[in-house]
Structures are given as structure tokens and as C-alpha cells.
Design a protein around this ligand. Structure first.
Ligand code: ZN
Length: 188
């Protein structure tokens, strides 16, 4: 399972101070709900981009529950699930702000992100109902994006809210945010 937590550091700062080693896990296991069961289980490596669009590899902290053997990893909010481009760059791209060099560098990938958003928007709108304000009649994906941005804040903030409240992201639903995989280890 993956959790995302608010992290005000830049990716560069996160690496510099080895922030992954300071991540605090939940006191209650998100799988079995037993208290104080989680213990550190190293980390995994993943790629992300900085705000300037440079590629950087970060370590993501991982824990395992003593009770149910379920895993939990804690992703800093500047990293989107399975997407390497920094959320601020994604936000600026879909908002339609003046292209930056970082945006231009990742343009093809950003277009793919936008297509994923457009494809997913209708399902997401149904899932959210009026949680981010009432949808206008015949609301387009673009209108919906603006409504989410108005009511939910930045892409980082919206993403944290969506994962916490609905177990989805701005682009799709991922199995790592669901709790259906809770017994993946005990079944084996
Ligand atoms: Zn557990």
C-alpha cells in the first residue's frame, strides 16, 4: 500500500538531508488496524523530476506490519504515484501557463498526463459528487480541472485529498491506494 504525506521540502532537499530515513509511520497499521505493528523495512528507489525538470532518484521509506505482514510506503507529496514529472510542472501545464523550459522538456509526457486526466475526469466527477463544489451543467474536463483547482488548491494538495478521501488520483485509480491487497503476504 502507498500513502502520500505533505512534504514541504524540494526533491533536492529531501535527498540532501536523507529525509526518507526520518519519515514517521502511522501508529496504526492501515491494513489490519492493529496499533504499533509497523516496523521499518528499508526503502525503494524511484525517479522524479525537480521543479526545473531535472531527473532525480529518491528513496521512498517502506514499513511492514508485524501483525499482518502488510507493507506501507510513504511517498512525499512532491512525487506523484507512478508519474515522474513534478506536480507543480504538471499543474502549470494543465493550467495552461506560459511554457517553461522544464515543461518543454517533458512536453510529450505532460500531454500524455493530460490525456489520462481527460479520460479519467468523467469517472472522477461521479466519484466526487459535490465534494469540490457543484459541477456546472455540461461541465468539460477543462471546467472540472478549474473547479478542482479553485476548491482543492494545488495539484499536490488535491492529490493528497483524493488519495485520502477516495483512494484515487487525478489520473486514475491505483491498486496501491486500495486496501484490498492487505493479505497479499499472508495468502502466499
Ligand atoms: Zn497490519
Amino acid at each position: 500500500m502507498q500513502k502520500i504525506y505533505p512534504c514541504s521540502l524540494s526533491p533536492e532537499e529531501y535527498n540532501k538531508i536523507e529525509h526518507h530515513s526520518q519519515v514517521q509511520c502511522d501508529t496504526v497499521c492501515p491494513h489490519c488496524k492493529k496499533a504499533l505493528g509497523l516496523r521499518a523495512l528499508g526503502y525503494y528507489l524511484r525517479w522524479i523530476t525537480t521543479l526545473l525538470g531535472a531527473l532525480l532518484r529518491i528513496r521512498v521509506r517502506r514499513f511492514r506490519c508485524r501483525n499482518c505482514s502488510g507493507n506501507v510506503s510513504y511517498l512525499p507529496s512532491f512525487a506523484l504515484t507512478y508519474r515522474i514529472v513534478h506536480p507543480q510542472i504538471v499543474q502549470d501545464f494543465i493550467d495552461g501557463v506560459q511554457p517553461t523550459r522544464a515543461m518543454q522538456h517533458w512536453w510529450t509526457l505532460l500531454q500524455a498526463y493530460r490525456r489520462s486526466w481527460q479520460k479519467w475526469a468523467q469517472t472522477l466527477r461521479q466519484e466526487l459528487g459535490c465534494a469540490f463544489g457543484r459541477p456546472a451543467e455540461k461541465e468539460t474536463a477543462s471546467d472540472f480541472w478549474q473547479r478542482l483547482r479553485r476548491k482543492g488548491g494545488s495539484v499536490m494538495e488535491i492529490t493528497m485529498g483524493l488519495i485520502k478521501g477516495w483512494k484515487v488520483t487525478l489520473f486514475r485509480r491505483y491498486s496501491c491506494h486500495q486496501q484490498t491487497e492487505q493479505y497479499q503476504f499472508s495468502q502466499g
